[in-house]
Design a protein around this ligand. Structure first.
Ligand code: FNR
Ligand code: 8K6
Length: 351
């Protein structure tokens, strides 16, 4: 029984979702070489419009935020035009779509942007390199980042706000700030990547300062009803976990609650993972420390999500990989049809 997934859900007075199933953000690396969304992308998203809300694949806010090939942007007129085709296709089919706003911070690589920016500088909270190589481009090693100056931070905040404004011009129903998975915003929130001693480091209040400045600037631009955030209190990718991070997220969640956002979305691949310093699963930790709309995710089936919603563990269910394998995921669940199993080869094409 998954009936509760098919109840409408009001995020606020501005946005009501047709059902409680969200399509999770899924990077596909299929934009054109100017990082403009294509017609094939419009069709791909249009096919999934039965989701209560689609969160787009992560969209870079400016050139030096790029860490993977052909990830779309929202900083040129051509990119805004490209996204209009996507949002139109989703709206024509009765759906809603938020743009996920992304800067990869120290996981960016100049290979992707130095010709555009004229600089090799990779920007992050502190000069601590991410150890590893770029996926699918194994010859590229991540470099030691340049700590962001105060002026850099102000510019980044302005660029997130501009990207949010561009998202609305492109027809998106709102934005999800990508504060998860070890990228720029998350790098400020964890001690393993933030070793600053100024007002952006050392204490929970300071470490949350840049993330909250981004949230506030986006709200000022497009309104709290259209603003959401994804966060990863449990570091599991691109970052080492540190028990001190708990206090940072305790502080951040209280602050986010006072902003009346559209929702907070868990950033995790498997919600069964437990973190000692969070006292268990990430979704349970957020639920205990944040009293507004929460989106659960992470290796979940519709049945698991439906049961968790019935038990008040979260309010909405996001589905990632099964949505790649099943464009008609929502109809299949509603009709009790079998799902096609996801496999990594499916990432090679947009179906
Ligand atoms: C992801 N995920 C992800 N997360 C995010 O916040 N922004 C993104 O752009 C992406 N891109 C992405 C690409 C691919 C190929 C995968 C598999 C995953 C994470 C995703 O949103 C989700 O949290 C996880 O996939 C777990 O959910 P499922 O797939 O188990 O339902
Ligand atoms: C060039 C290929 C890019 C592919 C998409 C990348 C999407 C980013 C999502 C993060 C992927 C990290 C996977 C980590 C899995 C951790 C499981 C515990």
């Amino acid at each position: 029984m998954t009936d509760n997934l098919f109840q409408p859900f009001a995020l606020n007075e501005t946005i009501t979702l047709n059902n409680r199933i969200l399509m999770a953000p899924l990077t596909r690396c299929m934009a054109d070489d100017d990082l403009v969304p294509t017609q094939a992308m419009a069709e791909y998203y249009g096919r999934r419009a039965e989701a209560g809300l689609i969160i787009s694949e992560a969209v870079i806010i400016r050139p030096d935020g790029q860490g993977y090939p052909n990830t779309p942007g929202l900083f040129t007129a051509a990119q805004v035009e490209g996204w209009k085709k996507v949002t139109q296709a989703v709206h024509d089919n009765g759906g809603k779509i938020f743009a996920q706003l992304w800067h990869t911070g120290r996981v960016a690589h100049p290979h992707f942007f130095s010709e555009k920016t004229g600089s090799d500088a990779v920007i992050a909270p502190s000069a601590i390199a991410f150890e590893g190589t770029v996926p699918r481009m194994r010859e590229l090693v991540y470099q030691k980042p340049t700590p962001a100056t105060k002026a850099d931070i102000e510019q980044l905040v302005a660029d997130y706000a501009q990207a949010a404004a561009n998202a609305i011009i492109a027809g998106f129903d709102g934005v999800e700030i990508h504060g998860a998975n070890g990228y720029l915003i998350d790098q400020f929130l964890h001690y393993g990547s933030n070793q600053r001693s100024d007002e952006f480091g050392e204490t929970p209040e300071n470490m949350a300062r840049f993330p909250l400045a981004v949230v506030d600037a986006v709200i000022a631009e497009i309104g709290q009803d259209r603003t959401a955030i994804r966060i990863s209190p449990g570091a599991y990718v691109h970052l080492p976990a540190d028990p001190r991070d708990r206090a940072v997220f305790d502080y951040l969640l209280a602050q986010l609650e006072s902003r009346n956002l559209a929702f907070v979305h868990v950033g995790i691949f498997d919600d069964a993972l437990e973190f000692d310093y969070l006292g268990g699963r990430v979704s349970s930790y957020i639920r205990a420390n944040y009293n507004k709309t929460l989106v659960g995710v992470g290796s979940l089936t519709a049945e698991m999500g439906s049961a968790a919603i019935a038990e008040n563990k979260y309010d909405l269910l996001a589905i990632g990989r099964p949505f790649i394998a099943n464009p008609d995921y929502v109809a299949r669940v509603r009709e009790g049809k079998e799902l096609v199993e996801y496999s990594e080869e499916m990432l090679m094409s947009l179906v």
